[in-house]
Design a protein around this ligand. Structure first.
Ligand SMILES: [Zn+2]
Length: 316
């Protein structure tokens, strides 16, 4: 039986028809009207109806992944940093527009669920996913279920503090791991190194075109060239993430960590420093089994695959 997953982001909405094994059969991508809540409902409803049309058989469920805080009842988006939603009754409005039951889930949780069911976390019972992108997203799966907490907002692992009195975070605190281990943090560190005059930043400084700022793609290129300065920055990312993971293990004791987001494409260049730091930060090391750390299997499609599967599960 097929189900539909729709991932609503700040720049695009991705919708997909997904089978029970997590394979994407059809997908549609449209620009996101991030600043217009009414237009957003119309776009998402239109996408869902278009995908239902494409399905030969009846669709078993529709799951929505959205960037933001979803309430414990999984019906209202309490807050979304990049979209115009404030206490938006998303489920009710979409069900009214599509005349079909809807499931909504935080986007990091949906991506984590996709990895747990069909990707790098497959076969585990307890998995934590960390997504290194604009920020650091988290998803916690314990005993085979996503843990959402009392108010729906559990698993915001990017806001674990790793530096006392550290960098200011968008959440209002200081020193959160997202300020040190996100894709954004790596890019800012690379720009700083490139403009420092330090020899280690020489290769980075040579990459942007005249007058242009160092971009994420430049950083990627530096990593492909195994530039020592950039590898050093990646090791720092790994160091801070591993420290947060020591805290996460003290709390949840997962068997598997899955590292996703754009940075995870660096593979072992990133995972090796994470593993080193994690082991040095592991409480009671030597007296307990050590969690495995894998790169995510899915990239851009994780949200739609997870949301579609959660919709199917909810009808069971
Ligand atoms: Zn924070």
């Amino acid at each position: 039986m097929l189900s539909i997953g729709i991932d609503i982001g700040g720049t695009k909405i991705l919708g997909a028809l997904v089978d029970q094994d997590g394979n994407v059969l059809e997908q549609i991508r449209v620009p996101s009207p991030a600043k217009n809540a009414d237009l957003m409902i119309a776009e998402v409803a239109g996408l869902a109806l278009a995908l239902m049309d494409k399905a030969d058989s009846k669709v078993s469920g529709i799951g929505i992944a959205a960037a933001g805080f979803i309430d414990a009842g999984q019906s209202t988006v309490l807050y979304s940093p990049n979209l115009s939603w404030r206490n938006e009754p998303l489920r009710e409005r979409l069900e009214h527009a599509i005349s079909h039951p809807i499931v909504i889930e935080n986007d990091a949780n949906a991506a984590g669920w996709a990895e747990y069911r069909f990707g790098a976390g497959r076969g585990s019972k307890n998995m934590v996913m960390l997504t290194l992108g604009t920020g650091v997203g988290g998803a916690v799966v314990l005993d085979g279920a996503i843990r959402r907490g009392g108010f729906g907002i559990a698993g915001e692992l990017g806001h674990i503090r790793v530096v006392r009195e550290g960098l200011q975070c968008g959440c209002g605190r200081r020193g959160c791991v997202e300020q040190y281990a996100s894709g954004t943090a790596l890019l800012l560190a690379a720009r700083e190194l490139a403009s420092s005059g330090n020899q280690l930043g020489g290769f980075l400084a040579s990459l942007p075109r005249e007058g242009a700022e160092l971009s994420g793609r430049d950083v990627q290129k530096a990593l492909e060239n195994k530039d020592p300065g950039t590898l050093g920055l990646l090791a720092t990312v790994g160091h801070y993430l591993g420290e947060a993971m020591g805290t996460i293990t003290a709390t949840f004791d997962p068997e598997v960590y899955v590292i996703g987001g754009g940075l995870s494409e660096a593979g072992d260049l990133l995972l090796d420093p994470i593993r080193r730091s994690f082991l040095s930060e592991l409480p009671a090391r030597g007296f307990r089994p050590e969690a495995q750390i894998f790169a995510a299997a899915f990239s851009n499609q994780a949200g739609v695959i997870g949301a579609a599967d959660l919709a199917r599960e909810s009808l069971r």
